[in-house]
Design a protein around this ligand. Structure first.
Ligand code: ADP
Ligand code: MG
Length: 558
């Protein structure tokens, strides 16, 4: 430490292998890495965007159009490129949709920033200008957004459909949009302060293969895709007492593992009997509490299964933790870890209905105000159902955002073109280098309509000219509807997205671009020009070792 602070001058000690890149070349290097990532997802933007096939190192395949999924699976080992992936993740966490938009805008910001840097404008001015523009743009989003009621079914359905258009869910989007809106509304409550709170934790999405997406449904309560652990157990229960247990119904593993040396057969018999007695005692404890059904997150011993069946208790084992947590809310139970301390108060109440064809139990809470709904998504194969699930999850998030925030925008690039125009006006009022950065920011936003057009095979230059003209004439909702191929009022055409996701995409993109621009010095423990397989040398090693180009994972992408 003291060495690094010598004479008040920061000092960086490099190992023998260490490489260093400074200023311009460091920036160029970073910008091109980040842009490469952004460009790889740009072609998936919008309803006509192409899907990507991702092949992981084990040969597993994912076919998707979902920005964040693509980036997560790409297995990028370049630190700057990773920053772009983080933008997508932030966007996904905060808004649930708009990840491709955020990344495409970040890439375009960097491209335009590079031109400014070439004109010898200092990165600090660029960053400051971008921040000013981003803040201004977010204010303007409020100006151009349209207020909606939290129970405006028409708009909510449009929001759901807009988000699902062009995804693997497309074919069934009418049905799924209805289910998404019903589901989100089922878990919405009016708060005391007049706002509406949507808690998607009370909505569980289950997927099932083997049937058509058209058979997807929304259920009250939860669904558990487990079979009873014993064939003699009841399968349909009314007003049952339910125990949720997160410890195994088995004799303690450690006791089983200890070696028992048996000298005569009686001893072995004793040992088995002792084990059985322990299991019987556990089941007795459960029966004494008045339990009708026990859902166990861990395993249930064969003997215990037998005892449970004898008591007429339904037992399900290896229930997923997330499912347990959801069912806890549905039936109003406490998850029990230790049977010795369990009481009747820990039990929940509800009903079990068996669907033999689907291999599911439907679990409904008995309480009037029991919360929780389950969206069961069906599809022919795992790949199909996974892509449906990604599409539905995005739609759930945007519908929830819309219910909670109550403001939406016209889609199809309309807000981007409108914001770009407003930012250019704003730039005129700003002096200095920042003005150029604000203009560059405005230009960058137009990557959205351009990419929407390009991806749909529509001339992007003509489109942008038409769009700018319409906005100059005061049509703030003029966008490109790629379904009709026309520049039109996309709001009226039902292409609607939540304002919240757009605001978030603006800030995520700006943040990412700024992070990349702030770096003017790369110090790598390894070799900058190769993959950096060799041992990390000195201190200050960058994560991931090599900084040259993309990691091997990109090779799997088509
Ligand atoms: P993201 O990950 O950013 O959500 P998407 O691939 O879902 O990316 O594309 C979202 C973009 O597609 C938004 O700008 C939205 O307005 C636009 N969009 C959706 N439906 C249409 C449509 N019918 N015409 C034009 N643009 C559309
Ligand atoms: Mg989307």
């Amino acid at each position: 430490m003291s060495q690094q602070q010598m004479q008040g001058q920061p000092m960086i000690i490099l190992g023998d292998d260490a490489q260093r890149m400074k200023d311009k070349s460091a920036q160029e290097h970073n910008i091109s890495a980040a842009r490469a990532v952004a460009e790889s997802v740009r072609s998936t933007l919008g309803p006509k965007g192409m899907d990507k096939m991702l092949v992981d190192s084990l040969g597993g395949i994912t076919v998707t159009n979902d920005g964040v999924t693509i980036l997560e699976e790409m297995d990028i080992d370049n630190p700057t490129a990773e920053m772009i992936v983080e933008v997508a993740q932030t966007q996904e966490d905060e808004a649930g949709d708009g990840t491709t938009t955020a990344v495409a805008v970040a890439g375009e910001l960097l491209k335009n920033a590079e031109e400014l840097l070439d004109q010898d404008i200092h990165p600090t001015s660029v960053i400051r200008g971008f921040d000013m523009a981003s803040e201004k743009a977010r204010e303007e989003v409020d100006e151009i957004s349209v207020e909606v009621d939290s129970d405006d079914r028409e708009v909510l359905t449009q929001v759901a459909k807009t988000s699902m258009t062009g995804k693997g869910v497309e074919q069934h989007k009418d049905l799924l949009a209805d289910l998404v809106v019903d589901g989100a509304q089922a878990v919405s409550v009016d708060a005391d302060d007049g706002s509406t709170v949507v808690d998607l934790a009370y909505l569980r999405v289950e997927t099932q293969t083997g049937s058509s997406a058209a058979d997807s449904e929304l259920l009250e309560g939860g669904a558990v895709d487990k079979d009873p652990v014993h064939e003699d157990m009841p399968t349909d229960l009314e007003d049952a007492s339910i125990l949720l247990l997160d410890s195994p119904l088995e004799v303690d593993e450690t006791e089983v593992d200890t070696q028992v040396s048996v000298t005569d057969p009686d001893q072995l018999q004793d040992f088995i009997e002792q084990e059985e007695a322990q299991l019987q005692e556990m089941v007795d404890q459960i029966a004494d509490l008045g339990v009708d059904a026990v859902l166990c997150q861990k395993g249930i011993d064969d003997m215990a299964e037998h005892y449970l069946a004898k008591e007429g208790i339904l037992g399900l084992s290896r229930v997923k933790k997330s499912q347990m947590q959801f069912l806890r809310e549905v039936v109003g139970a406490t998850i029990v870890s230790d049977l010795d301390t369990a009481t009747e108060d820990d039990l929940g109440r509800g009903s079990f209905t068996r669907d033999e064809d689907e291999g599911l139990f439907y679990v409904e809470g008995a309480d009037e105000d029991s919360h929780g709904v389950t969206l069961v998504l069906r599809g022919s194969t795992e790949h199909v159902v996974d892509e449906i699930e990604r599409g539905v999850n995005d739609a759930l998030d945007v519908v929830a955002d819309t219910i909670a925030q109550g403001s939406v925008l016209a889609g199809g690039g309309a807000p981007e073109v409108e914001l770009a125009g407003r930012l250019r006006d704003y730039a005129d009022s700003v002096s200095g280098r920042e003005q150029l950065a604000i203009e560059a920011f405005a230009d960058s936003l137009e990557v959205v309509p351009r990419a929407l057009a390009d991806n749909a095979g529509i001339d992007s230059i003509d489109t942008l000219v038409d769009l700018r003209a319409a906005h100059e004439d005061g049509d703030t909702q003029a966008g490109l509807n790629v379904l009709s191929g026309q520049v039109e009022n996309t709001f009226d055409a039902g292409v609607v997205e939540p304002a919240f996701a757009k605001r978030q995409a603006l800030s995520s993109a700006t943040e990412a671009a700024s992070l990349v621009l702030k770096i003017d010095d790369i110090i790598s423990a390894g070799d900058l020009s190769t993959e950096g397989e060799e041992d990390a040398g000195g201190p200050g090693g960058a994560p991931g070792g090599g900084m040259g180009g993309m990691g091997g994972g990109m090779g799997g992408m088509m």
